[in-house]
Structure formats: C-alpha cells, structure tokens
Ligand binder design. Structure first.
Ligand code: SF4
Length: 610
C-alpha cells in the first residue's frame, strides 16, 4: 500500500543543513495500522509532512521514493499531488481547531473535499457528507452539517476532520497525533472509531504519536525513531514485551506506573544530538547504558533479528559478542516501605466555590455567573501528594489557582482553605504575603511562566526579594546557588536566559523558583504533560526527592493516570466543578466506586507489556 524507500529530508537552519530524516525505509500493508513513535524532534512529524509534500519552506526532500498504491508521489507534479492529497491519501492532524476553516460551515468543507476527489456533486455529495457525519458519531447530522466549527466541541471538530478525511475513501490515512489535544474519554471514542472505520475500509493507517499506551492498543506494527532514523521495527506486541534497542528499553522503563512507586524512574541522560552533526558512530551512544567502545566509531545498520523484527544497534550485529539479554528489562528494584504519612492536614479546603462573572452587552456589564467550582472539600497532609484528576473544564486548574490566590481579581471565591490555622481567602496585607510564600505553583508550560528577559538568577531572586525582604544579598545568592544544585542545574545556568534551556531544564528552573521561598505546598498543574517521556521521568524523580528531603506537599493536577499511580498518595476525581470520589490512590484506582470514575479510568489507554 505504502512503500517508503531511503527517504531523506533536509532543513536549512542557522546552524547549517539539518538532516531531519536520514534513510527512512518502511512498507505498510493494506488494512494495517503502523505506528511511528519517538520523542519530540526525532523526525516523525517531518516524515508525515514529507509524505504529503507539505514540508516547511526551509525543508526539501533530497533523496528516496514514496510509493502509494504503486505511484511515486515525490515524482508527481504539484497538480497531481493535490489530487492525491485529500483523495487517495487522507490526513488528520493534532489540532482540528486550526485545520478547519473557521468561516466555512463544516458541511461545505466536507462537500468540497468530496466534490474535489470523487465524481459526486451537489445533493449527492451533501448526502454523503451527512452520512459520514453520522458514521463518525455526530448527533443530528442533518442539522449539524450547517454549523460553523466554533459551534462544535473539540471532540466533535476532530470527528468532522475524520469525516472529511474518510469521505473521499482514501486508500491510506496519515493521523499525526490525532487525539493528543483531547480528553481521555473523547480520545477513547475517537480511537475506537478510527479502529472500526479502518477495519471496515481496509485502509492503511500511519499513526504518528508519542503516546506509547495509545500505540499498544491500536497498532499492528511499530517503528521507533531516534534522531531522524528508525532504530527499531517490530510487531506491536513484541515491541512492548521484548524491545531490543537500548533506547526502546530505556523509554519503556522511564514510564511512570504503579509498580514503580517509591523507586526512581529510569531517566535517559542527555538530549537528542543536533542533526547538523556528521555522525561517525551510533547516534544514541552518548546516552546509551549499553554502549561499547566501538559504538562511537561504527555506524549501526538496521539489521533483521527475526523475520519481523529489525534493530539498529551494534549489540545485534552478527558476530558482536555482547549478549543483548543483559540489558533486556532488568528486574525493577524493590520499592522501600512507604514511611508512615503525617495525617494532620496542612491544607484543609471546605466547600470551595469559584464563580466567574459572565459579561455581555456594549458596556460589558455582568449578566450572570458561571460556577467553575461548585463546592469541593479536600485535605492535603504534610509531605503528602494529592492528585486532582478529571477532564478539561472540570474545575481542577481553577481549584489550584484559587488556592494559590491567583483568582482574587477575576472571580468570586467562597468557602474556606485553611493553611496553618488561617483561612487563605480572608488574608490581606503582610498575612497574605506570608501565605503566598507558603503556597507556590508550577505550570504546564515552563516557558510561558518564565519572563524571557530575565536571567535565571534574577528569576529566582525576584520571588525571594518580594516574599523574604528581610534576607540580605549574600544570603539570597547562597540560597539561589543551593537551589540550582537541588534541582540538578549547573551553577552557570544562573547567568543564562530561559530560551537557552530545553523544556525539561526550564521546568527545573520553574521548580527552583517555586522552592526559592521555601513553600509548604506546591500546586503542580500538569507539570510534565508537555515533556517527553525521558524528561518527564527526570522531573518526577526530582519532585519525589524534593518531597522526601524537604517534606513539601503537592496538589498534583494531571490527566495522566500513570503519573498519578506513580506519585500520588491520595486521589480526588473531579467532574463539573465537584469532587466525584476521593480516597487512597491505589484503592480508588483498583476499586472505583462512582460511575464517572469507572468511565474515566476505562478510557485511559494502558500499556500492555507482558
Ligand atoms: Fe547503544 Fe552501541 Fe547499540 Fe548504539 S550501537 S544503541 S551505543 S549498544
């Protein structure tokens, strides 16, 4: 169905010519779901763009062929390619909101695709569009076909994208992170839908994602990319149970899960090398725990280790004496017994309500209120982690922000949040300043939360000066230097600016900034969801160690159940501004009592490695 042969793509960049894809080779059968996985920057999305000939302006294909149904699409003139794109070759992108035309009705957009790529016209094309909207699960498709995209939810817009991609009955579908922007329950529906439609249509499906759990439930075969090359190809079940490349093994061991509680996750040191380098040896060698001396000087080829399994690693080269078994899934260390937790609450939240004003009319007067949080009560003990989970819009971030006092000017907060015997919502003046010192927050996007014009030293000192005006300059500097050590940054980082760091390093700076004022509680709002698996492992390890050393408590807001299982002591499940269920983390996850918790947990994709 699709055959990619020695594909090479380069990008012109300031640093020189970047070889984004280097000799990619794979073949995908009719009716097969083939997953391309890897961390950010490994080349998987660039592969999708190259296949569709939609590379950015500074990119070009410098070699190879891409045959779809026997035609080399790289040889087609642009007019011929336009007929293939959206016709034989369907596409779904991560962000439906930006892929749909906001000023066109969704039906018109689907009809346009059908009329461009099939013989159907007018009423027949519209009937087909309605039929596809029904098949992808849009209720009342006869009416919704005339809606504009803004009237639809994120999940519905993604369904429209799928309807548009499939209405032309493509032979092959490329889905680039099709569910990454969606909540788990919608994600589960979309993935089921894709699976059913793909089976019905016998399409080839190239699924591009960083989410290994999604892959394990969807794909027949998997290819893992690293630094622009495929390093392992295998049937999905084999890839997850017996990965052969050291990078694949390390990635799977870096995933947080319940059985790893209490032990450090395996973090992969270092970062992906820049792709303008001329490589003389294995690209993964500087990060590989199994590297041998000749790995730095010998380029590994992709070799067959069985009829269906290929690996790019010198350990698997015929004649190399090293035994691969020595690095395959080592026994996990036994977690030390969990120390008895303090039960006295540090934070006691009772009947918290947060109401946002709704404004309307020319003068933007308040015309009503929206209850984002409708009466939640929970406690966080000293040194404890409480996970707050739920779908987007359920009020979990609003709860966190209310406790950190970030909503004072924009919303009405009712109820109590007692910290050390004081109600946070009633404080003012010096008492409020003191409370702000005790409760800090870390956001999902560390870049957006760090002032790009300030050096790291100034970022860390800013909070100290505001909340500890009593400290002199020498004491502040000493505390800042100790913090950089604690979060695993080098001292010279203090003189640099946020843009000079990677995502994981920036999150370390954000953690150091939160710790600078010696807080008792840190609200962690999705602190690892924008990070790659290997970097996520480093940040989770760091948070765990800091909790053990400093006794700090975390209110951990996340949608990642693997992270919850790994780090949380207790869990509170939120829906529509209320807490549906809360309790001991292992208990709630193993025996959920409420229907909503059961639905939420059932929708979470699980990695099956056994
Ligand atoms: Fe590690 Fe060497 Fe294999 Fe590269 S070739 S993955 S460095 S063992």
């Amino acid at each position: 169905m699709m055959k990619i042969q020695d594909l090479e793509v380069v990008l012109d960049a300031d640093a020189g010519l970047v070889k984004a894809i280097d000799g990619l080779k794979l073949a995908i059968e009719r009716g097969e779901t083939f997953a391309l996985v890897g961390e950010s920057g490994c080349g998987k999305s660039m592969t999708a763009l190259a296949l569709m000939r939609l590379l950015p302006e500074n990119g070009r294909v410098t070699g190879g062929q891409v045959h779809i149904g026997g035609v080399d699409v790289l040889d087609l003139p642009e007019a011929g390619m336009r007929a293939v794109r959206g016709g034989r070759l369907g596409m779904i992108f991560q962000e439906p909101a930006t892929s749909l035309n906001p000023v066109m009705k969704v039906g018109d957009q689907i009809v346009e695709a059908i009329e461009t790529h099939t013989a159907l016209r007018g009423a027949a094309a519209r009937a087909k569009a309605i039929d596809w909207l029904r098949r992808v699960g849009i209720p009342e498709p006869e009416r919704r076909i005339d809606d504009y995209p803004f009237r639809m939810s994120g999940g519905q817009k993604q369904r429209v994208m799928i309807a548009m991609a499939l209405a032309t009955e493509p032979d092959f579908l490329i889905a680039d992170e099709p569910t990454t922007a969606l909540d788990v329950t919608i994600q589960a529906q979309i993935l089921d839908l894709l699976k059913d439609l793909q089976r019905e249509q016998r399409m080839g499906l190239l699924l591009i994602t960083h989410d290994l759990a999604v892959v394990s439930g969807m794909a027949h075969r998997v290819a893992l990319m690293y630094a622009g090359q495929i390093v392992e190809v295998a049937p999905a079940a084999e890839f997850f149970s017996r990965p052969q490349h050291p990078y694949a093994q390390a990635l799977l061991r870096a995933l947080p899960a319940g059985d790893r509680r209490g032990v450090a996750l395996e973090a992969i040191p270092g970062t992906v090398p820049p792709l303008w380098l001329q490589f003389e040896g294995c690209r993964f060698a500087p990060r590989c725990a199994a590297a041998m001396p000749h790995c730095a000087t010998t380029l590994p080829e992709l070799v067959n280790t069985s009829d269906t399994h290929q690996v790019r690693c010198l350990l698997h080269k015929p004649g190399v004496p090293a035994a691969p078994e020595r690095i395959v899934r080592p026994e996990l260390p036994v977690p030390p017994p969990v120390p008895a937790r303090e039960t006295a609450p540090l934070l006691d939240v009772q009947d918290l309500k947060v109401r946002f004003p709704i404004r309307g009319g020319l003068l933007q007067r308040v015309t009503g209120h929206f209850d984002a949080v409708a009466g939640v009560s929970f406690q966080v003990a000293r040194g404890e982690t409480l996970a707050l989970v739920g779908e987007s819009g359920c009020g979990k971030t609003t709860t966190g922000k209310a406790i950190v006092q970030l909503l004072r000017r924009v919303a009405v907060t009712e109820g109590r949040a007692m910290l050390d015997g004081q109600n946070l919502f009633e404080l003012d003046g010096p008492a409020l300043l003191d409370a702000r010192r005790k409760v800090q927050i870390i956001f999902q996007d560390p870049f957006a939360s760090l002032n790009p014009r300030m050096r790291v030293a100034d970022l860390l000192e800013e909070g100290l000066m505001a909340l500890h005006p009593d400290l002199d300059a020498a004491t502040r500097r000493a505390r800042i230097e100790r913090l950089t050590d604690q979060v695993g940054l080098r001292r010279d980082a203090l003189e640099r600016y946020p843009h000079e760091f990677s995502g994981g390093q920036r999150q370390r700076i954000a953690i150091a900034r939160a710790l600078a004022v010696q807080p008792r509680l840190i609200v962690c709002d999705e602190p690892t969801s924008a990070l790659d698996v290997s970097v996520q492992a480093q940040i989770l390890n760091l948070l765990r160690e800091l909790q053990r050393e400093l006794g700090v408590s975390y209110l951990f807001i996340t949608h990642n159940i693997g992270v919850v299982e790994y780090i949380a002591d207790r869990i509170a499940v939120m829906q529509a501004g209320r807490i549906e269920e809360q309790g001991d983390c292992a208990d709630v996850l193993a025996r959920p009592q409420r229907d909503y918790t059961k639905t939420l947990l059932a929708a979470v994709p699980r990695l099956v490695t056994a």
